[in-house]
Each structure stands twice: as C-alpha cells, then as structure tokens.
Design a protein around this ligand. Structure first.
Ligand code: FE2
Length: 178
C-alpha cells in the first residue's frame, strides 16, 4: 500500500523505505504512480491462462549478516560495486539493475541463502580474480562438489563461492536457459 505510507513510517524497520538516489521520495500517490509505472512489461500467462502484464519487479531484499560492516564490504569489494550506504539498520548495496541488497545484522544464527549475480564477461574475470587473490574457494556447482572449477552452462561462465556468513553466492554471464 504505497499510497498509505507516511514519512514517519520510515523509522520503522517493518516499513522499509528510503529516498531514491536522485533525491526524490518514494512516498505519495502521485510519486508512487510515476515510479511504479514500468517502462515495458513482459507478458505472461495468469492462473486462468489469460495473458497478463508482468510488471512486478524485485526492488530490494535483506541479507542477514553476523557482521553487517564486514559483509557489506565483502560484497562491494568482491563484486566491484560502489560503497554501501547506511539506511537505518541496513547497509545498502546497490546493484546495476536498481535492486539493492540491504545488509542487516542478525540477532541470532544466520541461515545461508543463495544470491546470484548476472555479470559481463569482463566483470566475471575481475570478480574471479578477486576471489583467487583472496584465496577463497570457488566451485563450478551449487552444491560445492567441484572445487577450483567454473562451469560453462548456457554457453557462458559461472562459479559459486561463499560470503562470510556462508551465503552461497553465484556469478553467471548468461541467465539460466539463456
Ligand atoms: Fe543459482
């Protein structure tokens, strides 16, 4: 319910919202309409089989961390991204497709998740180089059965490695099935 948000909601961790990079706000009906309007929505089939617009886009997700500073620094350094920015309890790591990873310190155990990044061939070489420079183990497969190897799935390249919380990270140069 974007139109119902008020600025004071931003102090609440449950109402996670923040300014846009261009300084405008995500709040208010008029702005919400403007921001939510997709440039070009792909088409898909709804439950009834009717063709529909697929305008829902992932905007951000939370990455739980034992140490949020260490984790955010790890992500931006390995992936070659701008420094994370602080927003409330989060360190926000912005990605190239306007999705952010919002790193938050965990109160308890961190349950490993999977985060996959689509990168260019050049970026793949740079990230792979940083992984090797740090002496980190990498694998060709999601289940970590092929250490020290990369895969060539879908005609591209891919590899997996772990962040300080054992989140299973992946870079690919071609989308699955692409
Ligand atoms: Fe994956």
């Amino acid at each position: 319910m974007m139109g119902g948000l008020v600025r004071s909601d931003c102090s609440s961790r449950r109402q996670h919202c923040r300014p846009r990079p261009d300084g405008r706000s995500y709040h208010g009906d008029e702005e919400a309409k403007d921001i939510a309007a997709p440039v070009a929505s792909p088409r898909g089939r709804g439950p009834s089989g009717k063709e529909i617009d697929m305008s829902v886009r992932l905007n951000h997700t939370i990455v739980a961390a034992r140490d949020r500073e260490e984790t955010a620094a790890f992500l931006v350094e390995i992936l070659g991204l701008p420094p994370a920015t602080a927003f409330g309890p989060f360190l926000v790591v912005d990605l190239g497709n306007e999705v952010s990873l919002d790193v938050a310190g965990a109160d308890g155990p961190v349950h490993p998740q999977h985060y996959a990044f689509l990168v260019t061939e050049e970026e793949f070489d740079q990230i792979w180089g940083r992984i090797k420079d740090r002496g980190l183990t990498f694998w060709a497969d999601a289940f970590h059965q092929r250490p020290g190897q990369i895969n060539t799935n879908d005609g591209g390249r891919g590899l997996y490695w772990s962040d300080p919380n054992d989140h299973n990270l992946e870079i690919i140069t071609r989308p699955y099935g692409g």
